[in-house]
Design a protein around this ligand. Structure first.
Ligand code: NAD
Length: 267
């Protein structure tokens, strides 16, 4: 998964040639697959993450494949970092066409709402909700004068349904969906589309090694996988494909949508 080096789908066209795309949380999992896919499809990619090793490995891979990319160490919970990320896109590549605001954390705690610790609540809010809002604001500051742009915010199926023992994550992902719909309504007539992705059960370090630790728990992994109608976990590349489609002209009549990428889990 993390050593992915070839395009996930055969390319008939380089849809993003000449486009400038930012991906947050691009050093791992879904963000990594999305940044690599933008690179393969011809975009100049701004790779943003707090994980410097992961981010640089993506930049190196895109460049090795003949693409253009730059890494910006970005903590999305910092307005100054997010501004620097967007400024880098403009300074280095001249504009900003697409943004996939993907960085997110779970808080690492399993606890019911009444016992959920305040420090985890505050941390998850700062990254998942305030951080995503900083990204959208700073991206709009470039896209509005340009008169064009597409933004995809990575929420979660936990942004559409309740999520026991994970209240901060669930509340922030619902917030990301609300942020997405509101911005979509406000900027639709100014050439900017804003959509959300709502994945669940994607095989990334977040669920394999994080709060759920599925890598070391075969029973939990089997149970989790069986929740999907497709009876398996999704691959990060399968989410990246949808993110790129939402950023592309092929989805030109879609805005304000929260699209589940869940293998039929909630059908
Ligand atoms: N994997 C799943 O099943 C799943 C399901 C639903 C939603 N999501 C969402 O998808 C997104 C990507 O998750 P993933 O599964 O690829 O996880 P991941 O842990 O593999 O990758 C997340 C990346 O975000 C980075 N990051 C964390 N905090 C950051 C910050 N403050 N600023 C910048 N970067 C930061 C991490 O360093 C990491 O590289 C997240 O928003 C997550 O909530 C994932």
């Amino acid at each position: 998964m993390e050593t992915l080096t070839t395009p996930q789908t055969p390319m008939t066209a380089r849809r993003f040639a000449g486009k400038v795309c930012v991906v947050t949380g691009a050093g791992s999992g879904i963000g990594r697959a999305t940044a690599l896919a933008f690179g393969w499809e011809g975009a100049c990619v701004v790779v943003a993450d707090v994980n410097e090793a992961g981010g640089w490995s993506v930049v190196n891979q895109i460049q090795a494949d003949g693409g253009e990319a730059v890494f910006v160490r970005t903590d999305i919970a910092s307005r100054a970092d997010v501004r620097q990320m967007v400024n880098t896109a403009v300074r280095q590549f001249g504009r900003l066409d697409c943004a996939v605001n993907n960085a997110g954390i779970t808080g690492g705690v399993n606890a019911p709402t009444g016992e959920y610790p305040e420090d985890a609540w505050t941390k998850v809010l700062a990254v998942n909700l305030t951080g995503t809002w900083y990204c959208v604001q700073e991206e709009l500051a470039v896209m509005v004068p340009q008169g064009s742009g597409t933004i995809v915010n990575v929420a979660s199926a936990a942004g559409l349904h309740g999520h026991p023992n994970n209240v901060s994550y669930c509340a922030t992902k619902h917030g990301v969906v609300g942020l997405t719909k509101t911005a979509a309504l406000e900027y639709a007539t100014r050439g900017i589309r804003v959509n959300a992705l709502c994945p669940t059960g994607i095989e990334t370090p977040m669920i394999m090694d994080g709060r759920l630790n599925l890598r070391n728990n075969p029973e939990a992994l089997a149970k989790f996988s069986s929740q999907a109608a497709l009876k398996r976990l999704g691959r990060p590349e399968e989410v990246a494909d949808v993110a790129l489609w939402l950023c592309s002209d092929q989805s030109s009549f879609i805005t304000g949508h929260a699209l589940a990428v869940d293998g039929g889990s909630f059908a």
